[in-house]
Design a protein around this ligand. Structure first.
Ligand SMILES: [Zn+2]
Ligand SMILES: [Zn+2]
Length: 123
């Protein structure tokens, strides 16, 4: 199976992964983590999160070009087309419940262990 990308003006971009997983990004969200040097500069200068430009063209996706077999390059309505989104990045940013849970498990997981050494006492 191959990666599939579909663009919907209202729902944003839907990525279908070869393993059957699905990731959905709103276009504003996708634009907000554009990995190109220009946008990264702006992201760094700001409060960590770049707000999409007021220009609606900036969050309008005209098309998606594939870059090799590992990344895509969205062509934005305002002419911006320098952001190369690797599949890794797109998967890393997936905000679905399964991925959020998986990330949570990778962190510290407090497992409570009941300490019952002795025999149960009836009373
Ligand atoms: Zn950019
Ligand atoms: Zn996911």
């Amino acid at each position: 199976m191959e990666m599939r990308f579909s663009i919907d003006a209202e729902d944003g971009m839907l990525i279908e992964w070869p393993d059957g997983h699905q990731t959905r990004y709103s276009l504003a969200e996708l634009r907000s983590f554009c990995p190109c040097a220009t946008c990264r500069d702006q992201q760094g200068a700001g409060a960590g999160e770049m707000l999409p430009a007021a220009d609606p063209a900036a969050t309008t996706l005209l098309s998606i070009e594939s870059v090799g077999r590992y990344a895509i390059c969205p062509i934005w309505g305002d002419g911006h087309a320098t952001g190369i989104y690797s599949y890794d990045l797109l998967r890393e940013r997936c905000g679905c419940l399964a991925c959020r849970l998986a990330r949570g498990k990778a962190g510290s997981l407090g497992v409570r262990r009941s300490d019952e050494g002795g025999a149960m006492k009836e009373g």
